[in-house]
Design a protein around this ligand. Structure first.
Ligand code: HH2
Length: 298
């Protein structure tokens, strides 16, 4: 696959990078259960009292929820113990570990687990408990030890774009001159930092961070110009599930009412090259993907 330096692509020209020229990059050695052309479905397990989606659970219920997601066809379970919704209060790594380690230990023997954390100590403990992937919404910026933990452990990592790096303030009037280009440049730089630290490109997935310091128009522009990110040569992860912009577009103030809108945005993202979908609603996502794929098969 050709890898284009982002700065070599003038604004607007990335529309010419079509998904047909970009097979989705593989990630973490996982074969998608939906079929050879993917995507991987990552089921969200929030072990939190305050997640925006309304699906945060205590550890016992989170284990049952994770099992049900695997039964419904999740390829990966993404287990997190800290809400990163706008305005969320950070938790200590100790509290985070107390929430997620029993859940990871119970679910890791049943299927691939990623740990959704910004903290190096939590990454270390989660990997020891059986997690196989690190998902860091700060792209290994929040904790200065995180890059070394990922490099030394040899696990795949998701690097996500967040404006400014602090969920408490990221939605305070976010501004970009060209959101897709700026997000792609940021992720390109994080990718270079990861490679310099000894994390090969093949072990990295990139994520535009839908809703992390973005207006409605920013989110839509990022989805439309997803092929620009795919041109960096890594698997692309997209998380639109139940997010506020879906609620605005579909007039659904309650997160649980945003499932149909989330499915439409997820299918759009896959059609533009997303290789991994991070979702709350695994069964519904797999049904939508099956129908979408069948429609395109000749
Ligand atoms: N979104 C959330 C959390 N982690 N990780 C990646 N890579 N991409 C995302 O889009 C992403 C993420 C927010 O969703 P959720 O976990 O449901 O909410 P909360 O952070 O409130 O628990």
């Amino acid at each position: 696959m050709g890898v284009h330096p982002v700065d070599a692509i003038p604004t607007g020209w990335d529309a010419l990078i079509t998904p047909s020229t970009l097979a989705p990059a593989p990630f973490a050695g996982l074969a998608p259960r939906i079929g050879p052309r993917g995507p991987l479905v990552m089921g969200i397990v929030n072990v939190t009292p305050d997640s925006f989606s309304g699906d945060g659970l205590p550890p016992g219920a989170a284990i049952d929820h994770g099992r049900a997601m695997l039964d419904a066809g999740a390829d990966i379970l993404d287990i997190g113990g800290e809400s990163t919704r706008p305005g969320a209060v950070p938790v200590t790594p100790e509290e985070e570990c107390a929430r997620i380690l029993p859940v990871i230990a119970a679910l890791a023997p049943l299927g691939p687990v990623s740990v959704d954390t910004r903290n190096a100590a939590t990454m270390r403990a989660a990997l020891a408990a059986g997690a196989r992937i690190v998902n860091d919404v700060s792209a290994l910026r929040h904790d200065r030890d995180a890059m070394d933990v990922v490099a030394a452990s040899g696990v795949p990592v998701v690097l996500m774009h967040m404006l400014g790096g602090d969920p408490r303030t990221m939605q305070d009037a976010p501004h970009y001159d060209d959101v897709a280009l700026e997000v792609a440049r940021h992720l390109d730089a994080r990718l270079a930092a990861a490679e310099a630290a000894g994390i090969p490109r093949a072990r990295v997935a990139l994520d535009p961070g839908i809703g992390f310091g973005k207006s409605l128009d920013h989110n839509l522009a990022l989805l439309r110009r997803l092929p620009l990110l795919a041109s960096l040569g890594c698997a692309i992860l997209v998380g639109v599930s139940r997010k506020a912009f879906i609620g605005r577009l579909s007039d659904q103030p309650e997160a649980r009412g945003r499932v149909p809108g989330s499915l439409a945005a997820a299918i759009f993202a896959v059609s533009l090259g997303a290789a991994i979908l991070r979702v709350h609603d695994v069964a519904e996502t797999r049904d939508a993907l099956r129908v979408w794929r069948a429609c395109g098969e000749t």
